[in-house]
Ligand binder design. Sequence first.
Ligand SMILES: [Fe+2]
Ligand SMILES: [Fe+2]
Length: 228
Amino acid sequence: MNSSRASSDNDPKKSALDALIDFLPCPTPDAWIDAALQAQDVLLIDHANCEKKAASTALNLLYRYTDDFALLDKLSRLAREEMLHFERVIALMKRRGIAYRPLSASRYAARLHTAIRRGEPGRRIDTLIVGALIEARSCERFAKLAPHLDDELGTFYTSLLKSESRHYRDYLALARKAAGGASIDDRVAHFLAIEQELIESPDDELRFHSGPPGGTQPARRKAEKSRG
Ligand SMILES: [Fe+2]
Ligand SMILES: [Fe+2]
């Protein structure tokens, strides 16, 4: 990873959003935004699933790592915030008459988790880095989607930026702390490379963290047609 990315979250002149966009390996492709705007029901259901999953991941860490009060405090608060986000998503779905139907999970988190080391402290450091990446990508997508959404959903997504960018910073700080002063840059670079592949390579299913649509999806065909 480059040094400007490694230190960007320490620069007081940068906004929290700019810092996490610098941290991420690539922007969300426009083709994903186009596809997501055409499937907002799916997006909201998967968003609700992601909020639940974010809370349960934090709770799992509270069970596994009881030796760090800062971790326990930060992740307990994070889990509560994610459940509040979940309640806001399902309230919005209810108002819009969107049924909460079962939806398979995307490849994104599963693929990142396969790269987590098994032994400690590697497992702990890697799990916290993956947490930071997922929070950062969620935040980047909320920001990128918001201007294209209706007022209610756009305002909701904009309101999530502050807490999700804080979650990213908290996870990254906890990963650094777990490394006990050793550099985590190599591990961060390892996960950033995997994340970039997941964000830029065609994906069969539209989900909140999916790649751009594969050849079978209408948005892709439309985008290709418009490019001539
Ligand atoms: Fe959230
Ligand atoms: Fe979050």
